[in-house]
Design a protein around this ligand. Structure first.
Ligand code: ADP
Ligand code: MG
Length: 394
């Protein structure tokens, strides 16, 4: 178990909190403030319990130089509205300097300050010790709340914890609890659903999950590389040529381990990559040479539903079809609805999978939607995430 803000004395002490305020901006205006909202409970907890709060984050890719368009100023403005209290924003190209240090010293109980984008300094991504030390010098303890960058060993996500006691915020606590329990201590049957576009991105996740699950369902664009590896005609379906050999190895590994991989038995094929394309349902063994697989078919949905209805834990990464087009969103939507109906703990990882569930209006019906795309994939691969590793154990 990792320590959280509740396991450390906070009153009268200064917390340095690494948040993920990497929000989308258009002409200086925040177009989606989900990530800012997500950090509010932790900030509020610290404020309400008498801490002084210094917030750190990155935004975009300024590549180690100060660039006005990546300034965190708009985030400070939005934070102020959400917290309904003042948030001091310190404009500093160097992120930390003597002025910043003295302003932090003057912070009162319950006051909140946001520093400038940590990636204005190249030392951030280099995990430079001096920069990490300078950030650490601002506070008495470190709070990790940026799951989306926790797979990176940067100065503000990992290096800083060498100089300060580190605990997790509530967001990280939830991520580690759901993803960690699923991998280490799942209620069974444990079913994983893997989909999405490219096998290459997901091979390691499939390999790791194969060892842990009772059933592994595969769907979406990645399956065509497996079908190719099995020697089927896949027509003009999406193919990850570089991964055919890896797919073959994976199929052999699964066989050797006695793991049943559940592939779709039928697919919806189209004559072009377009919502209005001509389409039909066919068995996976009969994909016409001039058509492409765009979604899983009704027989597959029925088979997957049956497996899912018994599940007690489900991890889902990657859509079953081209869900961005209504005519090919059926399979993905059916699986999402099945998960809503199920009593299992349901965990969604991956940016597009989360977007799909969001699009169907079913997001709040899942047990947990992971906030980190790359980070949740690395977690599911079984990797140690540096930003999580530095958090002290209870
Ligand atoms: P995630 O972000 O959830 O990890 P991926 O990025 O791996 O998922 O894949 C999502 C993309 O896969 C979506 O844009 C979707 O349109 C695409 N996709 C799913 N099935 C197919 C298919 N049969 N052909 C082409 N693209 C597909
Ligand atoms: Mg994606």
């Amino acid at each position: 178990m990792k320590k959280t803000v509740k396991d450390i004395a906070v009153t009268g002490r200064t917390a340095v909190v690494r948040c993920d305020f990497n929000v989308p901006l258009k002409d200086g205006v925040i177009t989606d403030d989900t990530r800012i909202k997500a950090a509010i409970p932790t900030i509020k907890y610290l404020v309400d319990n008498g801490a002084k709060v210094v917030l750190l984050s990155h935004l975009g890719r300024p590549k180690g130089e100060p660039k006005e368009e990546f300034s965190l100023r708009p985030v400070a403005v939005r934070l102020k509205e959400l917290l309904k209290s003042d948030v001091m924003f310190v404009k500093s190209d160097r992120v930390v300097n003597d002025n910043v240090k003295s302003l932090v010293k003057q912070l009162g109980i319950g006051q909140v300050m946001l520093l400038e984008n940590v990636r204005f300094r190249k030392e951030e991504t280099e995990n430079d010790t001096e920069f990490a030390k300078a950030l650490a010098s601002l506070g008495d303890f470190f709070v990790q709340e940026a799951f989306g960058t926790s797979h990176r060993a940067h100065a503000s996500t990992a290096g800083i914890a060498e100089f300060l006691p580190a605990v997790s915020g509530f967001l990280i606590e939830k991520e580690v609890k759901f993803l960690g329990d699923a991998l280490d201590n799942p209620e069974r049957p444990f079913v994983a659903i893997m989909g999405g576009a490219k096998v290459g991105d997901k091979i390691k996740v499939i390999e790791n999950l194969m060892e842990k699950v009772d059933s592994l369902i595969l769907g979406g664009g990645m399956t065509y590389t497996f079908y190719k590896a099995m020697g089927y005609e896949i027509g003009t379906s999406i193919l990850d040529v570089d991964s055919i050999e890896l797919a073959k190895e994976l199929l052999e590994k699964a066989k050797a381990k006695g793991v049943a991989l559940e592939f779709p038995v039928d697919v919806v094929v189209a004559d072009k990559f377009d919502n209005d394309a001509n389409r039909k349902i066919c068995p996976v063994t009969e994909i016409p040479a001039d058509m492409m697989g765009m979604d899983i078919g009704p027989a597959s949905i029925e088979r997957f539903d049956k497996i899912l209805s018994e599940a007690k834990t489900v991890v889902w990464n990657g859509p079953m079809g081209v869900f961005e087009m209504d005519n090919f969103a059926v399979g993905t939507k059916a699986i999402a609805e099945k998960l809503v109906e199920s009593e299992a703990v349901t965990i969604i990882g991956g940016g597009d999978s989360a977007a799909a569930v969001e699009q169907f209006g079913l997001a709040d019906k899942m047990s947990h939607i992971s906030t980190g795309g790359g980070a949740s994939l690395e977690f599911l691969e079984g990797k140690v995430l540096p930003g999580i590793d530095v958090i002290e154990d209870i």
